[in-house]
Design a protein around this ligand. Structure first.
Ligand code: GDP
Length: 445
């Protein structure tokens, strides 16, 4: 998968690394080439536009890490963009219900690989997760589809619901649910009927089954070889069915990867698995970081830049701790702290990481501390001269007006920030008087 894109991108990076210092023109040119590479890989245009805009912003906004070659930093920016485009850092995997049986509903066009994928999931759940799985085909129109699932079931030693001729899809679903409950299955996989094209009746039937079965996961299986058609299919299904995730099949034959790259951004749904062959074992958990690394083929460069960035943060934190130990806390240090907060995902991100903080959300919101205010505070500090940042006492009314105008806020907000800073600085002084213990912790180390 992605061979074409990998080749194009590595050409772009090779040309960049031949140069020493990168100017804006070099970056623009490189990103233009990345744009063409993505379009050639059949990535949807709005997704490409968004990607390039964000990459450009990071390329110009990113603090320059001196120990790193600029070209490597561009690799990292493209990598970060790809990870985001593919759905972020966390691999989703399959969610299971707290109270069994978990119901997994499979939907998709005929020929997309739905039935094969049902069996692949069943095999993974039994072998890896030690779950007791039952599969049932609801494809009343095609007896061959039911037989196919039964055959696959035998092959992987997973039970399938006995076939009863003449039952409706809804009746089969009810029977399957009852059997799963009565016989203590952990997971029930329902394979809905497919058609070769998007068809109202097919989607209505799947929606009806979803209402009855209340699935834990409703997965759309889409053929990645069909590129943007797969994306359109996913969108159409999602409008009728509350999908929870996607499985892209035939990733093994897909050299372009446009569907995989656009799917998440266009549908908002996580890609959970990739089908990577005809065999029942050929199913990979989708992991955006791994896939992005594979596309770029520059895993070591990404690791290097990540480490350098971490080292830089560490060096800054150490310098700050030293200043703090002397009771100093100037506005530059405050700006660093705000920047670090933003890097960690802003207030929202930080709060998400801290247990128990959810409950405090309301109070925090009322205190006026939020991501917008962090951005404005950084803008205010950014509008000051270096001397002013070191010695805020220099700031008189006329200077404050100039700073407010520069940051696009009113003077009252500048005063609020200065007051906040004074309180923080006073707190730091108090702490140093009480002996420096615990200061390193406050500096974020
Ligand atoms: P359904 O009509 O959606 O249920 O599709 P099937 O499960 O019957 O699959 C159709 C064909 O695609 C079969 O020949 C499968 O072996 C094949 N297939 C399914 N998934 C993959 C995959 O990930 N890679 C490859 N190469 N073939 C696949």
């Amino acid at each position: 998968m992605f061979e074409g894109l990998t080749e194009r991108l590595s050409g772009v990076f090779d040309r960049l690394s031949g140069r020493g210092v990168l100017g804006e023109k070099d970056i623009d040119e490189a990103l233009r080439e990345v744009r063409v590479a993505l379009l050639e890989a059949d990535v949807a245009l709005p997704v490409v536009k968004d990607f390039i805009a964000k990459a450009k912003e990071s390329a110009t906004g990113e603090a320059v890490i001196r120990s790193i070659r600029p070209a490597d930093q561009v690799v990292k920016i493209v990598y970060d963009g790809l990870v985001e485009m593919l759905g972020g850092e966390e691999a989703e995997g399959l969610k299971l219900a707290l109270n069994p049986p978990s119901i997994i509903l499979m939907a998709g066009l005929q020929g997309s690989g739905k039935t094969t994928t049902a069996a692949k999931l069943a095999l993974r759940l039994t072998r890896t997760d030690r779950k007791k799985v039952l599969m049932a085909s609801l494809d009343t129109r095609r007896p061959a589809a039911m037989e196919q699932l039964a055959t696959l079931g035998k092959q992987i030693e997973v039970d399938t619901l006995p076939i009863v001729a003449g039952q409706s899809a809804v009746d089969i679903a009810r029977r399957a649910l009852q059997a799963a409950k009565l016989s203590g299955y952990d997971v029930l996989i329902l394979d809905t009927a497919g058609r070769t094209t998007l068809d109202e009746q097919m989607m209505a039937e799947a929606a009806q089954i979803a209402q009855i079965a209340v699935p834990t996961e409703t997965l759309l299986v889409a053929d990645s070889l069909t590129g943007q058609d797969a994306v359109r299919t996913a969108k159409a299904f999602h409008e009728r069915l509350p999908l929870t995730g996607l499985v892209l099949t035939r990733a093994d034959g897909d050299g372009r990867g446009g569907a995989a790259l656009s799917m998440r951004a266009v549908t908002g749904l996580p890609i959970k698995f990739l089908g990577a062959g005809e065999k029942v074992e050929a199913l990979d958990v989708f992991d955006a970081r791994r896939v992005a690394g594979r596309i770029l083929g520059q895993g070591d460069v990404v690791a290097l830049v990540e480490k350098a960035a971490a080292d830089l943060d560490q060096a800054k934190a150490e310098a700050m701790a030293k200043k703090l130990a002397k009771g100093q806390f100037d506005l530059e240090m405050m700006a660093d702290q705000l920047a670090q907060m933003e890097r960690m995902g802003g207030m929202e991100g930080l709060m998400g990481m801290l247990p128990g903080v959810q409950k405090m959300k309301k109070q925090i919101a009322e205190s006026g501390l939020n991501d917008k205010s962090i951005g404005r505070q950084r803008a205010i500090i950014g509008s000051m001269t270096k001397a002013e940042r070191r010695k805020p006492d220099l700031l008189q009314a006329s200077r404050k007006r100039r700073i407010a105008a520069g940051a696009g806020v009113d003077v009252a907000e500048v005063n609020r920030l200065l007051k906040q800073h004074r309180q923080m600085a006073d707190a730091m002084k108090m702490m140093t008087r009480n002996g420096g213990a615990g200061l390193a912790k406050m500096a974020g180390m």
